[in-house]
Design a protein around this ligand. Sequence first.
Ligand code: ADP
Ligand code: ADP
Length: 232
Amino acid sequence: MIELVNVEKTYYSKAGDIHALHKTSLSIKAGEIFGIIGLSGAGKSTLVRCINMLEKPTAGQVFVDGQELTAMSEAQLRKARQSIGMIFQHFNLLASRTVYDNIAFPLEIQGLSKSEIDKRVRPLLELVQLESRANYYPSQLSGGQKQRVGIARALASNPKVLLCDEATSALDPQTTKSILHLLQDINKKMNLTIVLITHQMEVVKTICDRVAVIESGDIIEEGPMIDVFTNP
Ligand code: ADP
Ligand code: ADP
């Protein structure tokens, strides 16, 4: 489903170039929950942002669902990104919009009609159990509720892939658990491929099928959870 081939990312600056990702290759299968774990500054965020081309790789190729994103024009990319949802550590909700309107936002941009939007948003509100909060604003929600809005918004375009950038790092342990269960539930129900970056071992232990360990821009280990984290 996701294939990175010799992807490199360098941030150029007068103060000194930063080689955030060295030649990185990675293959993530359809339907799996894939974790990328590493310390702060290891290159996790750069790696996950290369998957949807929020960061343009300096070299290498990115394929998602058989399409090469690194060969696309901006217009083609905008279309391709509809099949890649993303959620963030600090949720990135629009403060001036209600829960309902945050979830509807990507669909409005796609030009769907009000009734088509409603048909998509209602079941998503139900999925993330926020029907009773549809008219609340983000400031009226708890952290866990905000992330559930983030998840519903990411799912609005019926993506095949969900990228999670430290999605539980701002949440307490109990809320983290419930968000991870929700992600697991969505993964099964929708056969959604999930890529999750985190610095929290508990998170990968709880839900990941396979995991890669990243250190200073290099993947130093990769495999099924049990192989990577079982001491010989
Ligand atoms: P992580 O997500 O593991 O914390 P990042 O991918 O954010 O790691 O960062 C990897 C390296 O790239 C770090 O040295 C960081 O300072 C640098 N970096 C990340 N984003 C930028 C940027 N936009 N400009 C310059 N350097 C960056
Ligand atoms: P948690 O401890 O689970 O993170 P909170 O204590 O923040 O949750 O919120 C508990 C409940 O109160 C939630 O259902 C949330 O919708 C509601 N709530 C939280 N903050 C506000 C607010 N500023 N205005 C209205 N309702 C709120």
